[in-house]
Design a protein around this ligand. Structure first.
Ligand code: SF4
Ligand code: FES
Length: 244
């Protein structure tokens, strides 16, 4: 390496240059490499909660979305061990909520579903919780189906950091953690959410959905129906319009 060459690390043997300060997942995505993730989004500060992006750096397990890239490090991403860990995390997420992919508007555009396919998940493995989570259909233009929430906090970050509002919040702890609508009534209709808010478009699963636009693109013709998540351009294009 010359003095002016950028620092670099290896990712499953491929060299990845990076700008000092970048995280492993940022540099990898910019270079076109996919590292599985759910709570990370290139437009937002990392959250580090889902653990799906876990990689091995020189033998140590770390989350790629919160770990800065360092010159000369060797990163393992797609190994049988790491993918098995990711599959287990995904199976736990699936049983913790109510995810019925064939009837979900987000099927084929859902990062949870696409990542589960990529990790070879064929069933829930664990016993389903079947929690009771009523939908919020109070708003004239937006439906909230809490059954599918994976607590990634992207809507919380988008509403707070981009929209300058506080429409969403996470309440409770551990297994009792839940997405809340931050209004006196707890209903979406009593918030100041508005068309064009970033919080409306950032959900990686099928919780926050526009009304009257269901199944505009048939299942089978959507983003992840065309190409698995690992073969998509990276970082993934904006989820502004979740339809391909
Ligand atoms: Fe994440 Fe969507 Fe749940 Fe918000 S509603 S925390 S964006 S899964
Ligand atoms: Fe890194 Fe969720 S994407 S912890």
């Amino acid at each position: 390496m010359t003095d002016t060459a950028p620092p670099r690390f290896t990712l499953d043997g491929d060299e990845v240059p990076f700008t000092p300060g970048e995280t492993i997942i940022e540099a990898a995505a910019r270079a076109g490499h996919w590292i599985a993730h759910l709570c990370w989004h290139p437009d937002f500060a990392p959250h580090g909660s889902c653990r799906v992006c876990q990689v091995e750096v020189d033998g140590r397990a770390v989350t790629a979305c919160t770990t800065r890239a360092r010159d000369g490090q060797h990163v393992v991403n797609r190994s049988a061990t790491l993918d098995a860990m990711r599959k287990t995390l995904l199976q736990m997420l699936f049983v913790e909520g109510n995810h019925f992919c064939p009837s979900c508007e987000k099927s084929g555009n859902c990062l949870l579903q696409a990542t589960a396919y990529e990790m070879g998940m064929e069933g829930p493995h664990f016993e389903e919780f079947y929690p009771d989570r009523p939908v919020d259909a109070s708003h004239p233009d937006v439906l909230l189906d809490f059954n599918r929430c994976i607590l990634c906090e992207l809507c919380v970050r988008a509403s707070r950091d981009v929209d300058g509002k506080h429409v969403f919040a996470i309440g409770g702890h551990g297994i009792g953690a839940r997405l809340l609508v931050d209004s006196a009534s707890g209903r979406l209709v009593d918030t100041d959410i508005a068309p064009g808010d970033r919080a409306l478009e950032v959900c990686p699963v099928g919780v926050i959905l526009p009304k009257r636009r269901g199944f505009a693109v048939p299942i089978g013709e959507r983003r992840f129906d065309a190409q698995p998540v690992s073969a998509q351009p990276h970082p993934l294009p904006s989820t502004k319009d979740p339809r391909p």
